[in-house]
Every structure is written in C-alpha cells, then in structure tokens.
Design a protein around this ligand. Structure first.
Ligand SMILES: *Cc1c(COP(=O)(O)O)cnc(C)c1O
Length: 363
C-alpha cells in the first residue's frame, strides 16, 4: 500500500541555498544581510528569554500588526503576519486556488501564474497544491511585458486565480515601476501578490496598490533588509476580505513569540536599518562597476544582489572556481538562469574578497 500521495513522490521540492558548515566561507548565496540586527533588537530578544517561553504567544500578533498598520497608513485588518513570508505565499495558494479544475471552463480557477525567471518557490507551491501552473517568460532583457503584449503574444491568463509578481524581481534584481504594476493589476481579475521581499533596496515600492485594489496583496519580509531570517517574520498588506480568508487557513500560533518581539523592536529602531540599506546599495553599485570592468555583464539591480553573466567560463564553472576560493554564490541551472550567477551584496570587506577571488580566476 502506498503511504505517500503519488503527487508528493513526483514533487520537485524547493531547493534552498546551501547553509555550509565549513568555516571561513564568504557566504554570498542566499541574500542574507551582512549586518547583524541592531544592538537594541538583540538586547530586547535576549531579555525576553525567560519563564514566559512556557506560554503561547499572541495568536494574531496583534501588537506587531498594529505597529505595521501605523507604518503603512492602513488598518490592523489590512495586515496578516506569517512564519516568514513563505508561509503566507503557501497560505495564499490554499486560500485562493482550486486544487483541480472541474472542467476546461474552470482552468483559470485552478491556475497559479508567475513570470520566469522569478522566485522558484511559486511552482513548488502550485505543485504541492495540485493546481495548474502558468509560467510566462519575461522580455529578453527581463523587463515586465505590458498588458497589451501579454494579451497579444504571451499565454498570460488575466483570469488566473493567483498571480505572483516578484518586485524587485529575484534572481534578476530588476525593479518594476509602480505605474507598470498598476496597469497589470488593473487588467488582472484574479488575486495578484506583489512579492516585495527586496523592496527596501529599491527606488520605488508598490504598497499603495494593495490598498487601492481589492484583489492585490503586497508581501513583505523582515528576513532580507531587516537581518531577521532566523526569526521567520513576514507579512501581507491588503483588503480585509483577502486578509480574513488567509487568517482562516493559518495555524492559530503561526508566529513565534520571540519573532514577534524581535520584529516589534526592529520597527522602533528603523534609522539603524536605513543606514544599512544605504551601505548595501553603495557596495552594490561599486561592485557592479568593478565587475563590469572585469568583463562581467551585470544587470542593473534594485535588490541586495547582482545577476551577472561572467566572462571566459560557463557560470557553473565559475561557481566551482569561486567555491574553491571560499566564496559561495548562487547558480540556477534552469533555461533562463544557466548563464548567470546571482551574487548577494555582502559587507565592503566581503565584496573586496570576492573581487580578489575573481581576479585570481581571470589571471
Ligand atoms: C527570501 C524571499 C522570500 C521569503 O522570505 P521569508 O520571509 O524569509 O520567508 C519571499 N520572496 C522572495 C522573492 C524572496 O527572495
């Protein structure tokens, strides 16, 4: 007798970037922030480790939602917190998408839609749910096709139950303007999630679209810009009807107590983080110039990583050569990603060590 659903035996699970045990590696592969949480955040979390660990945390992360609502000029009912934004992306698939189409007329109801290349978790979520996937290529330069182009020469479904748009995009780093995102949201009938995991490193955000359109959600995380991957805190902003639907399918205690405390402390120390954003952006621009000078084709980036086509050897070779020099970057062996490396922006020192390794490979 089969103990596991056939759907799972065939599943291509999500492949997270490596968290190596080896000491002394320069880790530029998972878009983590090179700078630690602020001293105040660390103090607050340490002070919270006491007898209260025996209690359940606040089930709705109420204080955190209240504070985020104030920050984003909306109501507490517009916000839901997740165990990382990844959890909320999974909840959205369960809340808005039919696992199987009853008939061809119902195809859109069971369709999860996204552009390629973008975040490789989306197809996995669709697969787990058993729903249909519609992967639509971006333009050749990785920019966003207009609604008219999508209608004319791409198989985009304007009625898809759920569409994920990563902005700024990963792994390309390209930012999309709020104007072009608004045009796409306006043409779309199903739920749209604007995944803004990297938005703090961008010139523009699209947050207002979540309050303007009842079918648009904006996804944010404390992981990348706020140095808090370890604590797993993400959130959605959107219409109370969609937020309430997500709230129905989440676990009662999905957000751990120390995470809630860490995120709250983060929000009361924002200037520290703003300084780090500026520093990371400055390192990004300098690294882009230096790599370009060494023959790399580097895409402009609005995120905390660069997407680049390296010279002389295939990207997969570069991955190995850099690793043997103790520098870890990310390579996606997919049709659209195979020729590129994705390099996380580390500290100034890490950027210098990366450049040293690159020069020694080119010698
Ligand atoms: C890192 C990342 C996430 C997940 O963030 P968590 O809040 O840590 O789960 C979501 N979307 C994109 C595009 C990401 O790169």
């Amino acid at each position: 007798m089969k103990l596991v659903r056939p759907l799972l035996t065939q599943l291509h699970a999500y492949m997270p970037g490596e968290q190596p045990k080896m000491k002394g590696l320069i880790k530029l592969n998972t878009n983590e922030n090179p700078y630690p949480p602020s001293p105040k955040v660390l103090r607050t979390v340490k002070a919270a480790v006491d007898g209260r660990l025996r209690l359940y945390p606040n089930p709705t992360a109420h204080e955190l939602r209240k504070k985020l609502a104030k920050l984003h000029h909306c109501a507490t009912e517009n916000i839901i917190i997740g165990n990382g934004s990844d959890e909320l992306l999974a909840l959205a698939t369960r809340a808005f998408v039919e696992p199987k189409a009853a008939s061809t007329a119902e195809f859109s109801r069971s369709t999860v839609q996204y552009f390629t290349p973008s975040y490789s978790l989306y197809p996995v979520l669709a697969e787990i749910h058993g729903s249909r996937q519609n992967a639509v290529p971006l333009r050749a330069d990785f920019s966003l096709p207009s609604p008219r182009e999508l209608k004319r020469d791409r198989q985009w479904d304007f009625k898809a139950a759920l569409s994920f748009i990563t902005t700024p995009n990963a792994p390309t780093g390209r930012g999309y303007s709020a104007a072009e995102l608004r045009a796409l949201c306006k043409a779309q009938q199903g739920v749209v999630i604007l995944d803004e995991a990297y938005v703090d490193f961008a010139q523009e955000d699209a947050q207002r679209l979540a309050l303007e359109f009842p079918h648009v959600l904006v996804s944010r995380t404390f992981s990348k810009a706020y140095s808090l991957c370890f604590q797993r805190i993400g959130y959605f902003i959107g219409h109370p009807l969609l937020i309430a639907a997500l709230d129905k399918v989440r676990d009662s205690y999905n957000v751990n107590g120390l995470g809630q405390i860490a995120a709250l402390a983060t929000l009361s120390d924002l200037p520290y983080y703003l300084r780090n954003f500026r520093r990371i952006i400055a390192t990004r621009e300098q690294l882009r110039r230096e790599l370009t000078g060494l023959g790399f084709a580097v895409l402009p980036s609005q995120a905390n990583f660069l997407f680049t086509k390296p010279p002389c050897f295939p990207a997969g070779e570069w991955l190995k050569k850099l690793r043997s020099r103790k520098v870890l970057v990310r390579w996606f062996n997919s049709d659209t990603g195979r020729d590129y490396l994705r390099i996380t922006i580390g500290s100034e020192r890490e950027a210098a060590m990366l450049l040293r390794a690159v020069r020694s490979i080119l010698k």
